[in-house]
Each structure stands twice: as C-alpha cells, then as structure tokens.
Ligand binder design. Structure first.
Ligand code: PDD
Length: 290
C-alpha cells in the first residue's frame, strides 16, 4: 500500500493513473451523482442508507444503475481495504459517461464509475467543544436538492461565501423557512425540543440526519419534524449541523450573534455522546483499541 488506490470503471489503480476523457458528461455538464460514506475502523458506517440514496439519486436523474446493491457494497469495502487509514471517507461518483457534447442523454453509453477514499479527518476537539460559526444566506439552489448530484456549483458558491465571512457553514433559508447548509443538514433546538425540517425536494435526505433523529427518539428527546421558520432559527437555543464527515456539531454563532449562550448546549452534548456511542458500536470488536 502507500499510494492512494482508486477505482475507475472496473479497475483499481493508483490515483495518479486514473484518467477520465474530457467528453465525460461529469466534466462537461456536471451530469452525475455521488455519495460520501464514512468508514470507522475500516467498517463502512450506515452503508445501506448511503446505497439506497445512491439508487434514488440515479433513478432521479434517469441514470442507469450499473451495479446491484451487493456489488456496490463489495466495491466500497474493497476500496477501503486497499487504502491505509482506519477511518476513511469513501467518495463514489457515477456520471452519464463519455459522449459528444449534446444536452440530451446519449444512447447506449456506459456510465463512468469512480471511487476514491481519503482519510476521515477527526473533527477538531475545539470545534466540538466551542462549536462553529455560521452565516445565513438565501437558498438559491435548484428545486431538486433531494438528489445528491455532482453539479454542486451553487453549494460551492454558498460555502465560499460562508468561508469569506469567517464561518464554517451557512444556514440557508427559502421563502422564510430553514432548508439546510451548503454541505450539511441543520437542526434547531427550542427549549427541550429538537426541530428538523421535513424531507422534501428542498433538502438532501441526510444519512446523518436520519441517525440524529433516530438517536433523539431513542433517548426520549422531543422531536418535531416540520417546517422551521427563519424567526425560530434566529431565536433558537441551539443550532446543530450534521453530515457524514462533520458528524454532529454545534453552531454557536449565527451572523456573528451568539446562539443561546454562545456555547454548545445541553441537548447537543447529549446528542454528541449518543453519536459517539453509536460509532463505537459500529467498530468491529477486533478493531476496538487497535
Ligand atoms: N455532503 N446536505 C448537503 C447539501 C450535503 O452536501 C450533505 C453531505 C448533507 C449531509 O448528508 P449526510 O449526512 O448523508 O452526509 C446535507 C457530503 C458530506 C459532501 O458533499 O461532502
């Protein structure tokens, strides 16, 4: 091992050797879908959920799924096995393949399948303990945000605007209601109640979002899944973000103003502990303490 090993269209190879033709529709049109799957102690986390969403994304853009669920799972495990770190973030993308540039779909062209895996960087301790800054922005993305497509320009512009404002994420509003962040789902806590925007075409159905709600319900935290008004977000006692790479983090300032008392709140700390316990359970016994 040593060099990063990636998968491209049926073969494993060193990252440096992987090449895609310039006429790939992923390059020309952003015509593809993707997943980011965390692996702890070399074991993919919530794999079924990610593969189910991948299938839904492909179906949602009329992209032929080149693999069965079992084949996808095998490929994910193989890319993890061929790379070094114990904790990894597997990136997987499928595009509509290589064809002369034409907006309409090509006929009989095989999809391009690419997978890589990078070290899953632990979330810095100080971010867990102090939370992160966020800024509010208008959600100006398209109306099919439930699909995990590689066409992420709007998300990139929103994330960059947050970074330039000195923040880690943005909190997006559409028509006066909370949607999500540029690369994460967003939750609010008012009093003792966790508020989550419902799944719809306006947000990505996050795998971590599902887990947060499952853990909350399992620990008797009151949960309301319903549209969350901008005013409720601005008056929230706690704000959180969730994603496969950031796990669950407290947002402690919004537009430079403290959220609640400006520190990660009690419900967040409870959720963080539940999340850590779930991760530990997911680690294979042989790898515990390794
Ligand atoms: N992004 N919403 C958006 C717009 C996202 O891009 C992501 C994840 C999420 C959280 O989904 P999940 O819990 O399934 O990771 C919500 C990944 C990590 C990325 O693009 O790198």
């Amino acid at each position: 091992m040593g060099a990063q090993t990636v998968y491209l269209n049926g073969k494993f190879m060193p990252l440096e050797e992987a090449r895609v033709p310039v006429l790939d529709r992923g390059f020309i049109f952003g015509d593809g879908v993707y997943e980011v799957i965390p692996a702890y102690a070399r074991e993919p986390f919530a794999l079924e959920g990610h593969l189910e969403r991948l299938e839904a994304s492909m179906a949602g853009i009329g992209l032929r799924n080149p693999h069965s669920r079992a084949e996808w799972a095998k490929l994910v495990r193989e890319v993890i096995a061929r790379n070094e770190p114990d904790d990894q973030a597997v990136y997987l993308q499928v595009t509509r393949g290589v064809a002369p540039r034409d907006h309409a779909f090509p006929v009989g062209v095989p999809p391009t399948v690419f997978m890589m895996s990078n070290a899953l960087k632990p979330v810095p301790r100080e971010q867990v303990e102090a939370g992160v800054a966020a800024v509010s922005l208008a959600d100006n993305r398209w109306l099919r945000c439930n699909l995990k497509t590689t066409a992420l320009l709007a998300n990139c512009l929103l994330k960059q605007a947050a970074v330039e404002a000195g923040a880690a994420e943005c909190v997006l509003f559409r028509d006066g209601f909370l949607t999500e962040g540029s690369a994460a789902n967003i939750f609010a806590v008012r009093g003792q109640t966790l508020l989550a925007p419902p799944k719809s075409n306006l947000i990505l159905p996050g795998i971590t979002y599902d887990l947060v709600l499952e853990l909350a319900r399992g620990d008797a935290i009151a949960v309301e899944v319903r549209p969350v008004a901008e005013a409720e977000v601005r008056a929230a006692d706690e704000l959180w973000l969730s994603s496969s790479t950031k796990e669950v983090l407290a947002i402690t300032t919004l537009d430079g103003k403290p959220v609640g008392n400006g520190k990660p709140g009690p419900i967040f700390r409870r959720m963080y502990a539940l999340f850590e316990a779930r991760k530990a359970r997911g680690r294979r016994p042989a790898a515990v303490g390794a």
